[in-house]
Design a protein around this ligand. Structure first.
Ligand code: PEP
Length: 263
């Protein structure tokens, strides 16, 4: 993470994937909120991404207890409304006051055949509803082995953010998630994470402006846990982490959030 003068506040985002029903979600958020101190939240923003069925419960708890923990959705429809069985629109999410919407996760790309055009349409819906996109990008192992990781990630950024104006980047978060590191226990080296996060920032600067590049948080995701988060966060262009498996245990997620206290 950058110096204390950095305009970017670190953020730790827990992606629950298809885990926890709404009752478990309430218990989890209560436990997390009890553990997270004002000092933690002064240093780092904290967000959870529960399944759709949990969002209303998390929203109600957040509002009732005035929690400062952020929450968001793991996906959204590319359509405004209409005959799209099983889909959830951005306006429905806006009504729940979610703080962000994840799009482009590699599991959506792999298992639901989502491509950059579809993700771009989803981002359009997110922005039309004044929500904040959390855009995940990242290369597969064969792409990395072929030496094409950077051009692949830049092409994903360029396709997913097509037509987005500089003004609309307010609140955008980008997560670099190498597919080979997701859920595998194999984490990118801090140097590789830094190199890609810097390349993403440089692309943001040329596509939008140096101010956008300076203000947009770029996260690393892929097998982050308490034991490896600090060396990743010590990289100047890594502004936080998107955490899958390790966030399901609130105590471990808390240790990740408290990375600055690690010796
Ligand atoms: C993720 O799902 O975005 C992720 C990074 O998962 P994990 O931390 O389990 O690798």
């Amino acid at each position: 993470m950058t110096s204390p003068e950095s305009p970017r506040k670190p953020i730790m985002v827990g992606n629950w994937k298809m885990n926890m029903n709404h009752l478990e979600a309430i218990a989890y958020v209560q436990k997390l909120a009890f553990g997270v101190s004002d000092k933690d939240l002064d240093r780092t923003e904290v967000a959870v991404l529960p399944p759709f069925t949990d969002l209303r419960s998390v929203q109600t708890l957040k509002e009732a207890d005035k929690l400062k923990i952020l929450f968001g959705a793991q996906d959204v429809s590319a359509h405004k409304d209409g005959p799209y069985t099983g889909e959830i629109s951005a306006s429905m999410l806006a009504k729940l006051k979610v703080d962000m919407v994840l799009v482009g996760h590699s599991e959506r790309r792999a298992y639901h055949h989502e491509d950059d055009d579809l993700i771009n349409a989803k981002i359009g819906e997110i922005l039309k509803n004044s929500l904040r996109p959390l855009l995940a990008v990242g290369e597969t192992l064969p792409i990395r082995q072929a030496g094409d990781a950077m051009s692949h990630v830049i092409a994903q950024l360029s396709g997913c953010l097509k037509g987005v104006s500089t003004k609309q980047t307010d609140g955008l978060i980008v997560a670099y998630e190498p597919v080979w590191a997701i859920g595998t226990g194999e984490v990118a080296s801090p140097e590789d994470a830094q190199q890609m996060c810097l390349a993403i920032r440089e692309w943001l600067s040329s596509r939008f402006s140096s101010t956008v590049a300076e203000q947009t948080r770029v996260l690393y995701g892929g097998s982050v846990k308490a034991s490896n988060v600090k060396e990743l966060m010590n990289q100047p262009d890594v502004d936080g982490a998107l955490v899958g498996g390790a966030c399901l245990d609130p105590a471990e997620f808390l240790r990740i959030i408290r990375w600055p206290d690690q010796l």
